[in-house]
Design a protein around this ligand. Sequence first.
Ligand SMILES: [Mg+2]
Length: 299
Amino acid sequence: MTTPNPPSTTPRTQTAVTVLDFDGTMTDAEAEGEPFVTGYLEDLEALVGAETPEARARVRAIVDEVLAELVSAPERHPFRWKGKAVAPASVDPYLRMVPIADRVFDRFDAFANHVDRGRLTGGVLYKHNYGRTKGRPVFRDGAAEVIAGLAGTETFVVTNSHTAAVAEKIRMLDQQHGGGCAWLAARVHGDAQKFEVDDSWNGVPAELVVPGLESRNVLLRRRRYHDRLKALLDGLGAGWPDLTVVGDIFELDLALPLGMGARVVLVQTRHTPPYEAAFVAAHPRGVVCTDLRDVLRLP
Ligand SMILES: [Mg+2]
C-alpha cells in the first residue's frame, strides 16, 4: 500500500461490506483486451478501405499518435457517454479505442455523421470485438487468493459487464485454482451502468474537484450505480460507512461511493492517471494499492 494516511475515523461498527469492480480490477484488462484491440483495428482498416500495406501503415501511425497523446495527458482525453465526460479514455483498452477510431475516421474522411459514428465505435465495433475476449480471462496476480480470502464476508461484485459473463470468469478462476472462488459467482451484479449520470438526482453533489484534472470536474450523480450499491447495503442493514469499494478507475468505480461516505481502494495499473492516484492517496477514506492482495490486509 502506498497511502500514508491513517485509517478512516468513521466507525465501521456494523456489517462490513466489500464491493469489487471486476474487469481491470480482478483481471488484467490489457492482456485480456488484446484480441479486442487486434480485431477492432482490423475492422477500422476495413471500414476506411485501408487495403494496401501503405494504407494500413497510415492507420497504425494514427493509432500510435493517439496512444502517445493519451499517455502524456490522460486528463485531456475523457471518455464521453451521452455527451458527458464520465471517465478517462486512457485507462483500459476498450475505452481507448474510441478516440483512436475517431481520429482514424477523421483522417480518412469516413463516417462524418457523429450519430452513425457513435453507434459504430461504441456499439457495433465494441460488441463484435468484445466477443473475441470470451473464454480467455486473464486474471491479475492474487485474484484467486483475494476471492478465497474474502469467503464468508459480505462481498459482492458490481460491474458494468453482464452478470453471466463475469460469473463465468469467476467459475473459470475457481477451476484454475482448485476451488475457493466459486462462491462469488452467485454474488455478481452486472449492468451497473456506472457511466450513467442523472442530473435530476440530488442525493450527492453534482461534481468533485480533483487537482490535476484541470479541464473538467468528476461527475458524481451516477444514480443507477448508487441505487445498485444502496440496495446491497439495505439488504444487509448496512450503511455507506460500512462499505469498501475496490476498483481500477476512480472516476467510474469510486467517486460516487466516496461521495456517499464509503471507503475506496484504487487498484493501480500503469494506465492509472497520476491525478487519480494522488487524489485517492490524499483522501482520509482512500487507499491506493498496486498489489491486489493488499485488499486482504485492509484494517
Ligand atoms: Mg474496471
